[in-house]
Design a protein around this ligand. Structure first.
Ligand code: SF4
Ligand code: SF4
Length: 469
């Protein structure tokens, strides 16, 4: 049996003061000095930590906001002088898609490499836009000793990237034709190019080192080759060069040490793929397609071409269709491309990678259920480094996360922890769904429930079809 895929992790504490959701306001002048003060009973020991924090304070504008909001001390104080206060800095994190909850849970995973646990049940909404409009069927969760990260059975998260033969033909027990090249990676995740507004050059070597440490791949614009640091040649098997239409190809000796290359969609991709295959016949080629108003049609058309091995479908950073007034969400667009290619009988021959809007580990699983073989991510790795996802990213001027000061141990450690936590969550989801292989999760919509479909089925015959907003 092959060795079990495992990512080594260790806790990597934050460099900056934590930005929690709430803190306790204490109106001390009315305090009765009770012997059994409720503050001593805080199960998270926050009051003692706050005192220590204040003693070592070196930035006066960062208050202590790490209360877990259990209300125990607030409700039990005999004089009623304790109150919970929301942290305005927490509420300013991210945007309407990358919510403060997503950013905070990413920080915790990057610190501990552990699966986030919300405690006494899920307290959030049961449906919403985007990935929140679908649920995975966890009915197999009744076998916790057998499944999941602690189970005895091996759940494989490995995937193959490339073109697959529709059939094998043999002559005298020998294959009559060579198999197309494939790249296998231990989990269905690659690190995508950073959006230009969040691209920070000094972080590129750390991202590549995290990709190498976890065995996954990282897309790098070839023009950034010189920014990849001293270990770039050693990490070449984990580099996927991204080439703009018409951009010069990397030198042959470098290209030949990579396994996958991505080119931007253009009118001459067949010729471009031909050039790359001439230099390096066993390289796998991916075509990046922007999910704009023509994206679905273009992907469906290209997916039927015999020279296509991988399609990389990319929405905007919030998972929305690019430049659309009423944008569709990435999971629905990928599902449409997947279904169209299934109908044409070619889906099993190509690989689909989907990017944009993947903010949590559950999104990874859901996007694969909607038809992608694997996903690409970028912003979660930046958030792992305590990024606030400011509306106007100004790393050199006033970056609250001090991105310019990051060292390798911290940067690589936090990104590795996040990838490990996502891997564990993928295994938990697959175990609970009764699926033993990530390859089999692809397109398994029978193992998911979609809010729109359930609503239509239940209420459609009474109230008619819901009108689009
Ligand atoms: S509300 Fe709960 S977690 Fe917060 S300080 Fe009071 S006892 Fe501790
Ligand atoms: S925290 Fe720094 S890197 Fe992150 S968005 Fe803000 S300015 Fe940019």
């Amino acid at each position: 049996m092959p060795e079990k895929y495992h990512i080594e992790t260790r806790p990597v504490p934050p460099r900056r003061p934590r930005i929690g959701k709430c803190g306790v306001v204490d109106w001390r002048e009315d305090c009765a000095r009770c012997h059994n003060c409720v503050k001593k009973a805080c199960v998270f020991d926050r009051y003692r930590q706050e005192t220590q924090y204040i003693r070592g304070l070196n930035e006066v504008d960062n208050l202590f906001f790490e209360c877990m909001g259990c209300f125990s001390c607030v409700q039990q104080c005999t004089k009623g002088i304790l109150a919970l206060a929301a942290n305005p800095a927490y509420e300013r994190l991210g945007n309407s898609y990358w919510t403060p909850e997503i950013i905070q849970t990413t920080w915790t995973q990057a610190e501990t490499a552990k699966i986030p646990v919300s405690g006494a049940g899920y307290r959030g909404k049961f449906t919403g836009p985007g990935f929140d409009a679908m649920w995975t069927d966890m009915s197999e969760i009744v076998r916790p000793t057998r499944d999941g990260i602690h189970g005895r059975e091996y759940i494989s998260t490995a995937v193959d990237i490339g073109r697959k033969s529709p059939l094998l033909t043999f002559n005298d027990d020998k294959l009559t034709a060579a198999l197309p090249p494939l790249v296998d990676i231990p989990m269905p995740l690659v690190i995508d190019l950073m959006p230009l507004e969040y691209k920070i050059n000094n972080l590129l070597p750390f991202m590549l080192a995290a990709a190498a440490r976890t065995g996954i791949l990282m897309l790098v614009d070839y023009r950034d080759w010189n920014l990849l640091g001293a270990d770039k040649e050693r990490h070449l098997p984990h580099v996927v060069f991204y080439l703009e239409a018409g951009a010069p190809l990397p030198p042959t000796e470098i290209l030949r040490r990579t396994r996958l290359v991505e080119i931007n969609d253009s009118s001459n991709i067949e010729r471009r793929i031909g050039e790359l295959k001439t230099i390096h016949p066993s390289i796998v080629t991916a075509v990046r397609i922007a999910l704009d108003s023509r994206g679905i049609e273009r992907a469906t058309e290209l997916g039927k071409q015999p020279y296509i091995e991988v399609l990389h479908l990319v929405s905007d950073i919030n998972g929305n269709q690019i430049d659309a007034i009423r944008p569709r969400f990435v999971k629905d667009m990928v599902r449409e491309v997947h279904n169209a290619l299934v109908k044409s009988g070619v889906r099993d021959q190509i690989t689909i990678m989907a990017g944009g809007g993947i903010a949590l580990a559950e999104h990874l699983a859901k996007q694969i259920i909607c038809g992608a073989d694997l996903v690409s991510v970028n912003l979660p790795l930046l958030i792992a480094l305590e990024c606030h996802l400011c509306h106007t990213c100004q790393p050199r001027i006033s970056c609250p996360a001090h991105m310019a000061d990051i060292d390798a141990a911290y940067g690589v450690g936090r990104m590795t922890n996040l990838i490990a936590a996502w891997h564990d969550q993928l295994i938990e989801v697959m175990g609970a769904m009764g699926i033993r292989e990530a390859r089999r999760l692809r397109g398994e919509v029978g193992r998911a429930l979609f809010f729109n479909e359930l609503e239509e089925e239940t209420f459609g015959r009474l109230f008619g079809t819901r009108k689009a907003a």
